[in-house]
Design a protein around this ligand. Sequence first.
Ligand SMILES: NC(=O)c1ccc[n+]([C@@H]2O[C@H](COP(=O)([O-])OP(=O)(O)OC[C@H]3O[C@@H](n4cnc5c(N)ncnc54)[C@H](OP(=O)(O)O)[C@@H]3O)[C@@H](O)[C@H]2O)c1
Length: 279
Amino acid sequence: MNVLLTGASGFIGKHIKEKLLAKDHKVKEVTRSNGYDFNQMTTKEDWLPLLKGIDVVINCVGIIAENRSQKFKTLHSQSPISLFYACADRNINRVIQISALGADEHAFTPYQISKKEADDVLKALPLSWFVLRPSLVYGRGGKSMEMFQSLARLPVLPLIDGGKQMIQPVHISDLTNAVLTCLTSSETNITLDIVGAHSIALKEWLQLIRTSKGKHCVAVISIPFTISMVIAHFVKFIVPLISPDNLRMLQNGNIADVKPLAKFIGRMPLDLKTGWAKL
Ligand SMILES: NC(=O)c1ccc[n+]([C@@H]2O[C@H](COP(=O)([O-])OP(=O)(O)OC[C@H]3O[C@@H](n4cnc5c(N)ncnc54)[C@H](OP(=O)(O)O)[C@@H]3O)[C@@H](O)[C@H]2O)c1
């Protein structure tokens, strides 16, 4: 199949590209280094010429924090929505949108709300769509994973409320398998939460990262949520991932039912020990 892949230079995009090429699909990469900036691709007309001869579109563009030139509204809503309208015009067979866990009716941060806006438009269009909502994705080259690895190396773990927040990390291969399944699935027009086999508290996840590297577990220092929010207001300028909104999303938990994903890909996603060993 001829696949148009946006965000092909990113962590998830690169892994999806690798998987597609391994299955002999042809990939047209839409990246800023190829001259395609979502900030400039905000109308259907901007997208139509790129869709000639394309069977499947996969959108992997996203940001976790805004800056002066990168806004959620443009990158998560306006540009993808224009792309989806263009797909409907061109009768593209399948459109796969990489959204995010929490981009649902309870969405409460600009990140989640902007993702949901695009998801909702896609779902209303007369084409075969797949909205994949990953939890925290880990694997080779992931930025959030690098941050967790750095955190896990500290001699003590300073964690919000002692790191009791529940997360459900999913290995990149489970996400890429889900994407490949979308290409041939007879079931279409589905929203799927992409989560790992088990949920785990953040503090246990970090200790697991430590012990997998042969290190001992270390003590956890609990930082009250209110104090973390104040710290995040300043730290976000240095580490955008640590923003008040992102802490609020973490505090809210990041888990979902794994059964629909297991059914879709025909097996349980990897458990954390197996997934981590693959890194
Ligand atoms: N990683 C996770 O744990 C996770 C979890 C849930 C959902 N997601 C979602 O999955 C998607 C991909 O995430 P990721 O982890 O692969 O992120 P990433 O590594 O930061 O990649 C983001 C991609 O978006 C592209 N991009 C950013 N701004 C752009 C612009 N103005 N125009 C065109 N392309 C632009 C980047 O291109 P450049 O190389 O040009 O910067 C890159 O290819 C995002 O939508 C994210 O919200 C990720």
